[in-house]
Design a protein around this ligand. Structure first.
Ligand code: ZN
Length: 356
């Protein structure tokens, strides 16, 4: 075995949908990529009207493990559910009842390869390529946008963050790593994720699976969390130019104690589930702990409800799995088990309907 290429990811989803028609729905994203690829999402779950968990992979092209991990998880869940068995990931076991609880009590939306053009480029031409492959109209020949800086959350960092914030994004189309794009949600890959959240209001949790640190990240990524000054939020322009400075009191991103408690507890469940596989520790941190970010998927997902209370509140997480972008396949298989274990632990912790 080796890593799946983008076409193999899509055909794996098609095969699973064909093999398990009563437990799946194959969803085609509306926005083809610059190179004309169409991406799909496999919804795993036998019932409608249940809470949803969205798993993203392959946002960053060079991070080869997450798409394979998400395809494996979908296949494992469907096979175990079909056979009425549990799942074993190293030292972590999930019972047949737990598998049934996930497949029959909730919806797991598996979107394994958000950025297929980038993955193809990384797998065939430039292994450390991170962005998508769309040229900027005024980019002087430079190609690609960092999809995880393109979401509509404090996207315009030059206006929203302090000049000395060291926010990890860039307005330079030739930045090889973190070019944010010409406008928020300018990229088809970004718009496909937004479309999914818009059209599936049952989704209550989003996990964007990246590599490699390892670490488990929860809200917020823009500034240090605080729960005492509710006026300090990403929505308030009075704080433009102040965000992203470490250890200052001028601005901290507001989060309620209840939400902070919830995301901390869910993150800890994932950490424990990963550690049980083979002993590797994925510490839990606030996303800001790495560096301030803007335009990231996890913050965007969580921010939607605050920008528009009619939208479902979606808790956003990022798992940075493994220790290298492209480990040997033998090591990748271990990391795939860790990701699967974390995702199942999270699914079991999200309130699900009783299995039907
Ligand atoms: Zn990444």
């Amino acid at each position: 075995m080796t890593y799946l290429n983008p076409a193999e990811v899509e055909s794996a989803l098609e095969n699973l949908a064909a093999a398990y028609p009563s437990a799946t729905e194959l969803i085609t994203c509306p926005n083809p990529t610059h190179e004309g690829r169409t991406t799909r999402v496999l919804r795993v779950g036998t019932r409608s009207g249940v809470d949803g968990l969205l798993l993203l992979g392959g946002v960053h092209a060079r991070e080869w493990v997450p798409p394979d991990a998400l395809v494996s998880l979908a296949a494992d869940l469907l096979e175990a559910h079909g056979l009425g068995t549990g799942l074993v990931y190293g030292g972590q076991r999930y019972t047949a009842d737990e598998v049934r609880h996930v497949v029959e009590g909730m919806a797991v939306y598996v979107f394994p390869c958000v950025n297929p053009d980038g993955r193809a480029h990384s797998q065939t031409a430039d292994p450390l390529w991170r962005k998508n492959r769309r040229p900027h109209p005024r980019g002087g020949g430079c190609v690609g946008v960092d999809v995880n800086r393109n979401f509509d959350f404090l996207w315009d960092h030059t206006a929203k963050f302090a000049p000395d914030s060291r926010v990890a994004t860039s307005a330079d189309p030739c930045d090889r790593q973190v070019y944010r794009g010409p406008s928020a949600a300018s990229e088809p890959e970004t718009r496909n994720v937004v479309w999914l959240l818009d059209t599936r209001p049952d989704i209550r949790v989003l996990v964007d699976v990246h590599s490699a640190v390892p670490v488990i990240l929860h809200a917020w990524g823009s500034d240090e969390n605080q729960s005492t000054r509710p006026e300090q939020t990403f929505l308030d322009p009075r704080f433009d130019g102040l965000r992203g400075r470490p250890r200052d009191s001028a601005y901290g991103e507001y989060i309620t104690p209840a939400d902070l408690g919830a995301v901390s507890a869910l993150s800890q469940r994932m950490r424990d589930a990963v550690k049980a596989v083979r002993g590797v520790d994925y510490p839990v941190e606030q996303a800001y702990g790495l560096y301030p970010t803007s335009g990231a998927s996890d913050d965007y997902a969580y921010s939607r409800h605050f920008a528009d209370p009619a939208k479902t509140k979606v808790h956003g997480f990022t798992i940075e799995c493994g220790r290298t972008f492209q480990p040997s396949w033998a090591e990748a298989e271990q990391v795939i088990r860790e990701v699967g274990s974390a995702a199942l632990a999270l699914a079991l912790a999200v309130p699900a309907a009783p299995p039907g």
